[in-house]
Design a protein around this ligand. Structure first.
Ligand SMILES: *Cc1c(COP(=O)(O)O)cnc(C)c1O
Length: 470
C-alpha cells in the first residue's frame, strides 16, 4: 500500500467493495455492521461511529510533513487552529453580517499592496479568493475586459483575445483561457531560456493580446521569471508598434517570498507595466488550504463593470469573485499570521526554508547520478534531472516510487512543451521541513540511488505514471 495523494485513487475501481465494514467495537445492538460506500445510508449512525469511519479513512492519506510535492500549508500553531475552529461558521460573502471579517480582509490585501509596492496602497483594490487559481482568473478577466473596452472605444473587433505566457504556466492559466475563450499563446521554454524572459516576445504579442503573465516561482522548478526584463521587451514592442501590453504577475508562491528574501528584486508594482498580482495565502502565506489574494495596482485597473453590487446580504456590497459563499476562517488566519510574524518573522521563516532548500540542492548536486535544474535560491523549490547517459537501468519515476516506500512524496514529471523528453524531480521546502528531516531525506535518497545502481538489470518497463497535478 503506497501513500498516494495524487489523483490515482479518486476514480472507483470495478473491484472496489461496495460497503464500509464496521469494526465490531463500534457496532451497537441493532445497528448495521456495514454501511454502503456509494449510496446514502438508509439510516442514522451514532456520531462516534461516523467519526471513527471518516477518521480511519483519513489515516490512509499520506503524511503531510513528508510530502515534498505540495506547496500548500500543512502546519499552523495552536492559536491559529483555535481561530480556525472559532471562525468555521463564517461565510466570507456575508460582509454585512460579519463586517469585522470583511474589514480584516481589506486590511490583509492592503498590507499586501504595500508589501508589493503599490504606488498608493490605500487606493488600490483587491480581494481574497479561494486560492491563486481563482485569483488568476480574476486577474485574467480584468485584463480581458480592459482590452475589450479599449478595443470598443476604437471601433475594433474583440472576438480574438489572446494571452501570452510561458509554456510552463500552472494549469489555472490553461483553464482561464479555456473557460473564458481566450487564445493561450505559450512561449516554449528551452535549455537556453528555461523561463519566459522576454526573448522573442514580439512574435507572440499583437493587437489582440490582453496581457502577459509573468510567473514568480514557476511551478515546475521554482525559478523566477525576470519581470523587469519582460517589461523591457514590452516597452520595446510599444515603442515600435504602439501596443501597450500589461503584465499580471502570478506570484502564487514567490509573492510571499521575494518581498522578504529578495527585497531589492523589482518584480512587483515597482515595475510600471505590472497591473495585478496574485498569491496563495495557503502557500508561503503560511495558512491552511483555501486562501488566495489578488491586488490591482489601482482601482482603474479593475473595470467597474466586473464588480457586482448585491443587496440581498444587506447593504450594497461590492463583490468580484467566481464563488459566492466561501469560508472566512482562512482570512482571519492570514491576519493572525501577519500579526504573529510581521515582516521580520516572515523573513526568518522564508530564509530558513530557502537555506534548507539550497543546502539540500547542493548535497543532491554531489550525487553523480544527478544534475540540478536550479538550486532553490529563488523560492525554496528546486528540481534535478538524471545526468544524461548516467544509467539505462532506472529513471526518476523508479526513484520516486522507491522513495514512496519510505514515506517521501517527491514527484517525477516531464517538463512542459518542447522539453517534454526531460524528466525532473522536484522538492518544495516548506515551513516545518527542518534540517533534520532534510538529512533523513538525503540519507534515504542516497540509499535508494545505491539500490537502483546495484541492480543487475534494468527496471521492468514502466507502468502508468500519475500526471503532474501541482
Ligand atoms: C499553485 C499555483 C497556482 C494555483 O494556485 P492555487 O492556490 O493552488 O489555486 C497558480 N500559479 C502558480 C505559479 C502556482 O504555483
Amino acid at each position: 500500500m503506497s501513500m498516494v495523494t495524487t489523483n490515482q485513487h479518486v476514480q472507483r475501481s470495478d473491484d472496489e467493495r461496495e460497503s464500509v465494514e464496521l469494526d465490531p467495537v463500534f457496532v451497537r445492538p441493532g445497528e448495521a455492521t456495514s454501511l454502503p460506500k456509494f449510496r446514502l445510508p438508509a439510516r442514522e449512525s451514532l456520531p462516534e461511529t461516523a467519526y471513527q469511519i471518516v477518521h480511519d479513512e483519513g489515516m490512509l492519506d499520506g503524511n503531510a510533513r513528508l510530502n515534498l510535492a505540495t506547496f500548500v500549508g500543512t502546519w499552523m500553531d495552536d492559536r491559529a487552529q483555535q481561530l480556525y475552529l472559532e471562525a468555521a461558521d463564517k461565510n466570507m460573502i456575508d460582509k454585512d453580517e460579519y463586517p469585522q471579517t470583511a474589514a480584516i480582509e481589506t486590511r490583509c490585501w492592503t498590507m499586501l499592496a504595500d508589501l508589493w509596492h503599490a504606488p498608493d496602497p490605500d487606493h488600490t483594490i483587491g480581494t481574497s479568493t479561494i486560492g491563486s487559481s481563482e485569483a488568476c482568473m480574476l486577474g485574467g478577466l480584468a485584463l480581458k475586459r480592459r482590452w475589450q473596452h479599449a478595443r470598443h472605444s476604437r471601433g475594433k473587433p474583440t472576438d480574438k483575445p489572446n494571452l501570452v505566457m510561458s509554456s510552463a504556466v500552472q494549469v489555472c492559466w490553461e483553464k482561464f483561457c479555456n473557460y473564458f475563450d481566450v487564445e493561450p499563446r505559450y512561449v516554449p521554454i528551452s535549455l537556453e531560456h528555461p523561463v519566459l524572459d522576454g526573448q522573442g516576445l514580439a512574435e507572440y504579442v499583437d493587437e489582440n493580446t490582453i496581457g502577459v503573465v509573468a510567473i514568480m516561482g514557476v511551478t515546475y522548478t521554482g525559478m523566477y521569471e525576470p519581470v523587469e526584463q519582460i517589461a523591457a521587451a514590452l516597452d520595446e514592442i510599444e515603442e515600435r508598434t504602439g501596443l501597450d501590453v500589461k503584465i499580471h504577475v502570478d506570484g502564487a508562491s514567490g509573492a510571499m517570498i521575494a518581498p522578504f528574501v529578495q527585497p531589492d528584486l523589482a518584480w512587483d508594482f515597482r515595475v510600471p507595466r505590472v497591473v495585478s498580482i496574485n498569491t496563495s495565502g495557503h502557500k508561503y502565506g503560511l495558512v491552511y488550504p483555501g486562501l488566495g489574494w489578488v491586488v490591482w495596482r489601482d482601482a482603474q485597473c479593475l473595470p467597474e463593470d466586473l464588480v457586482f453590487k448585491v443587496s440581498y446580504l444587506g447593504g450594497e456590497m461590492p463583490t468580484f469573485a467566481l464563488n459566492f459563499s466561501r469560508p472566512g476562517a482562512q482570512v482571519l488566519q492570514q491576519y493572525y499570521m501577519f500579526l504573529r510574524l510581521g515582516a521580520e518573522g516572515y523573513r526568518r521563516v522564508q530564509e530558513t526554508s530557502r537555506a534548507v532548500a539550497t543546502e539540500m540542492a547542493s548535497e543532491i548536486a554531489k550525487i553523480p547520478a544527478f544534475e540540478l535544474w536550479n538550486n532553490g535560491s529563488d523560492i525554496p523549490v528546486f528540481a534535478w534531472r538524471l545526468r544524461e547517459g548516467y544509467t539505462d537501468k532506472w529513471n526518476l519515476y523508479h526513484l520516486s516510487d522507491r522513495l514512496r516506500t519510505k514515506g517521501w512524496l517527491v514527484p517525477a514529471y516531464p517538463m512542459p512543451a518542447d522539453l517534454t523528453d526531460i524528466t525532473v524531480q522536484r522538492i518544495v521546502v516548506r515551513n516545518g521541513f527542518s534540517r533534520d528531516l532534510a538529512d533523513a531525506f538525503l540519507a534515504d535518497l542516497r540509499t535508494e540511488v545505491d539500490y537502483l545502481d546495484a541492480l543487475r538489470g534494468p527496471m521492468p518497463a514502466e507502468g502508468q505514471h500519475p500526471g503532474f497535478h501541482h
